[in-house]
Design a protein around this ligand. Sequence first.
Ligand code: NDP
Length: 262
Amino acid sequence: MTIDSPPAARHNATMQRFANKTVVVTGGGRGIGQEIARALAAEGAKVAVVSRSAASCGKAAEEINAEYPGSATAYAVDVADHAAVQDLAKRIGEDLGTVNILVNNAGVTRDGLLMRMKEEDWDTVLDTNLKGAFNTVKAFMRVLMKAEDPRIINIASVIGLIGNAGQTNYSASKAGLIGFTKAVARELAGRAVTCNAVAPGFITTDMTADLPQAVREAVLQKIPLSDFGNTADIAALVVFLASPAARYITGQVIAVDGGMTM
Ligand code: NDP
């Protein structure tokens, strides 16, 4: 391709930054994770779409393959289950070969004031949002250390930075994930594996769909850009962090929140 190539050819070349790259996206069955998987597939990546239910990741992979044939494979795995994640790494190795990029996006909420929070609500949120990332990084780190342009991208939350009443479990899990990100970045820097966190603000997905109108309006008041985010806003940053252009960025937490936490 030269500068004289037709615009379409130039566009195609720049849009295939992830040809020969394999990506694992946890929580890829819906929402932000599905959009991250789709955006990376759009640029040529092979994507392992991981979620709890086979129906969810199966449907997401089917939708991505309809747009980008042969790019997505579904894996139904609970990221909180250490042994199951070890097995997942083995299966992905057999099916797809190496892994260059790991996106830890699987997350849940079990909101409630601390006074009334049940132990199981604490455990479920910490086990999924924080231990889930420990499990996947442990399972994939050896492969990543040998891969080309290796990346770990953790989807945290602005709530991990500023806290929120009614979300002690979620805030602790996301603040923990930010600390984990920085420590992993330091441990793996010698092997050129970068590890960064993205901290979304309020993004329109199933996770935020059920919030009462009054809460939505109160949140909107705190967003300087006066709008909620969408899944593509998060995927755009993840795609950049996953790309070779971001090779010198590690240990960072980048908020995508319409200015909420500036
Ligand atoms: P959704 O609830 O829309 O989707 C969550 C995805 O995670 C689903 O695919 C779900 O699987 C998967 N998942 C949940 N638990 C597990 C588990 N134990 N093992 C494997 N997969 C699991 O969430 P969002 O897209 O809104 O959020 C994605 C990430 O972004 C989360 O980490 C969330 O905390 C974070 N975030 C979201 C914000 C928002 O405003 N939406 C704001 C800040 C951060 P299944 O489909 O099978 O149920």
